[in-house]
Ligand binder design. Structure first.
Ligand code: SAH
Length: 487
C-alpha cells in the first residue's frame, strides 16, 4: 500500500515524532536496522512482521540495493510498511535512494522526518549548533569519505575556510585524516572540537578537546563530532542528571516494571529489566461481598486481578462493593483502586502489613468480616493480625506469581556485578531473582529495598542491603537509590 520512511530519532526513544509513533502503531511490516532504538519496535503491533536489515555479528547486512528491492516488494502488497531509519531518513540515511527506488516502481511512499543526530547529539551534550554571536551557520558533513585517498568529494579546505559550526557524522574512524585536512585548510589547532558518542542514550559519552587533539581520543562509532567555537560551550544537562551512566536492575514483573523504569530513565539511568516474577491472575468465585465489612488489597496486582475477576470474561462492576469499606496497603495500591473508580477508606501510615493491622479500627460487631484479596502464597501477618484484633478473616487468592525467564545477557550483568544497583520491590522479587542467579553476585552491586520486610528477605538470602526506602513506594525507592548513588 504505502511505504513510510520514518525517522526514528537519534537513540532516545522519546525523540520519535508523534506521526512516527502513530504509523508504527498500525504497521504491518517494520523494516529497521541497527541505529533505531530497539525499544521503538515495541510500539508496533505484536502481529507486525519485523525485518532486521542491519548488521549483526552472525551475518552481513543487506546491501542497499537489496533493501530497496525489499521495500518495493513489500510496498506492492496491501500492508502498511514502516521503514524505520536512525535520526532523519534524508540526512545521510540513504533514505533518498529508497525513495527513488519506490518512486521508480510506482509505489506510494511518505517521508516522516526525524530528529537528526547532527543536532540532537550536540544538544544532549549541551552544545547549540548555532549561537548568537558565536556561530551563524552550521554545516553537516560526512566523514565517511577518506580524505587521504585523492578521490574524496568533501572539500575539507573549503569547509575550514567557511568557518561556522561543522558537524561531522560517520567520521569516528577517520578523525586523524579529517582533522589534518581541516588544519591544512587553515583552521587553528586550538579550534574547539567535541565528540559525542551514542548521543541521547544512557551510554552517551562526550569528549571535549581541540581540533589538534580530538583524534587522539580514538572515539569509536557512532559519534558526531562538532568543530567550531560552539563546541566549547558546555550547557551540559543530560549527563548531569543524578543517575546518568548508572545501570540499574529492575526486578519487578514485566507488567509492572514500566513505571519504575520510566522514573529511573528520567533521572538518567539505564534501566535493565530482570523480571524475577510473572504475575498471573487466578480464577476465583466471588464470595458474598455483603457478608463482609472490609475488603483489603495488598498490591496493585491484587486490585487488577480482583476487578478483572481472574480469567472470567466480564470484569467486576464496582457497584457490587455496596457498603463495603476498602483498605489499601499503600499509595500504589490506592492509586490503582482510584483508576477503577474506588476511593480507599483506609491506608496505613507505613505501607507494610504490620502497620495496616494497627490502622484498622476495632471490629464494629462480633462477627465483622474482612476479605483480603491477594496473591496465593503470601505472608500471614495481615490475616493473623486482623484475626487477633477480633475480625473474621477470609483470604481470596486472586493471582499467583511465578518465576520469570529473564534475558540471559541481563542476568549475566547482574551475576558479574556489572550493574550499579539492584532494586527490590517485594520479598518475592528477592527470592525469585536469587533463584535465577543461583547465588550472591560477585562483586555485589548495591541493593536497594522498598521496605524493611523486603530488606530482611534480601539479607536472609545473603545479600548486603545498602539502602531501604523510608517511604515504601516506587518514589521512595527511587529516592533511596538516588541518595545512595548520587548523594
Ligand atoms: N540519518 C542519521 C545519520 C545516519 S549516518 C541522522 O540523521 O542522525 C550514521 C552516523 O550518524 C553515525 O556514524 C554517527 O556519526 C551519527 N549518529 C547516529 N546516531 C548517533 C548518536 N546517537 N550519537 C552520535 N552520533 C550518531
Amino acid at each position: 500500500m504505502t511505504v513510510y520512511l520514518v525517522g526514528a530519532g537519534p537513540g532516545d526513544p522519546g525523540l520519535l515524532t508523534v506521526r512516527g509513533r502513530e504509523l508504527l502503531s498500525r504497521a504491518d511490516v517494520v523494516v529497521y536496522d541497527r541505529l533505531a532504538s530497539p525499544r521503538l519496535l515495541d510500539l508496533a503491533p505484536e502481529s507486525a512482521e519485523r525485518i532486521d536489515v542491519g548488521k549483526a555479528p552472525d551475518r552481513a547486512s543487506l546491501g542497499q540495493a537489496e533493501i530497496n528491492t525489499l521495500l518495493v516488494e513489500r510496498g506492492r502488497g496491501a500492508d502498511t510498511v514502516v521503514r524505520l531509519k536512525g535520526g532523519d531518513p534524508f540526512v545521510f540515511g540513504r533514505g533518498g535512494e529508497e525513495a527513488e527506488a519506490l518512486a521508480a516502481a510506482g509505489i506510494p511512499f511518505e517521508v516522516v522526518p526525524g530528529v537528526t543526530s547532527a543536532v540532537a547529539a550536540a544538544a544532549y551534550a549541551g552544545i547549540p549548533v548555532t549561537h548568537r554571536g558565536v556561530s551563524t551557520h552550521v554545516t553537516v558533513v560526512t566523514g565517511h569519505e577518506d580524505p587521504a585517498k585523492g578521490e574524496t568529494t568533501v572539500d575539507w579546505a573549503a569547509l575550514a575556510a567557511a568557518g561556522g559550526t561543522l558537524v561531522i557524522l560517520m567520521g569516528a574512524g577517520r578523525l586523524g585524516e579529517i582533522t589534518a585536512g581541516l588544519l591544512a585548510g587553515g583552521l587553528p589547532a586550538d579550534t574547539p572540537a567535541t565528540a559525542v558518542r551514542w548521543g541521547t542514550t544512557p551510554r552517551q559519552q562526550t569528549v571535549r578537546a581541540a581540533l589538534g587533539t580530538i583524534a587522539d581520543a580514538a572515539i569509536e562509532a557512532p559519534a558526531a563530532v562538532i568543530v567550531g567555537d560552539v563546541a566549547a560551550l558546555d550547557l551540559s544537562w543530560f549527563e548531569r542528571r543524578p543517575l546518568f551512566g548508572r545501570r540499574i536492575a529492575v526486578t519487578r514483573a514485566r507488567e509492572q516494571a514500566s513505571e519504575l523504569r520510566a522514573r529511573l530513565e528520567e533521572l538518567g539511568a539505564e534501566a535493565v529489566e530482570v523480571p524475577a516474577i510473572v504475575v498471573k491472575p487466578k480464577p476465583f468465585d466471588l464470595p458474598d461481598l455483603g457478608s463482609y465489612g472490609w475488603l483489603v488489597f495488598t498490591s496493585a496486582n491484587g486490585v487488577d486481578a480482583f476487578f478483572d475477576r481472574g480469567l472470567m470474561p466480564a470484569g467486576l462492576d464496582t457497584r457490587a462493593l455496596g457498603a463495603l469499606r476498602v483498605a489499601a496497603i499503600g499509595p500504589g495500591t490506592a492509586e490503582r483502586l482510584r483508576q477503577r473508580g474506588v476511593e480507599a477508606d483506609l491506608m496505613p501510615e507505613r505501607f507494610v502489613a504490620e502497620s495496616l493491622v494497627e490502622a484498622f479500627p476495632p471490629p464494629a460487631g462480633a462477627d465483622e468480616g474482612v476479605l483480603i484479596a491477594r496473591a496465593a502464597a503470601a505472608r500471614d501477618v495481615l490475616p493473623d493480625g486482623l484475626a487477633e484484633r477480633g475480625y473474621r478473616v477470609d483470604i481470596l487468592e486472586v493471582y499467583e506469581t511465578f518465576a520469570a525467564e529473564p534475558d540471559p545477557e541481563v542476568v549475566d550483568w547482574v551475576r558479574r556485578g556489572e550493574v550499579d544497583a539492584i532494586t527490590f520491590t517485594s520479598s518475592s522479587t528477592v527470592t525469585n531473582l536469587m533463584a535465577v542467579l543461583g547465588g550472591v553476585p560477585d562483586p555485589q552491586p548495591a541493593v536497594v529495598a522498598i521496605g524493611p520486610v523486603t530488606a530482611e528477605t534480601a539479607r536472609e538470602t545473603g545479600l548486603r542491603v545498602d539502602a531501604v526506602a523510608t517511604e515504601h513506594t516506587i518514589d521512595g525507592l527511587v529516592r533511596a537509590l538516588v541518595d545512595l548513588l548520587a548523594g
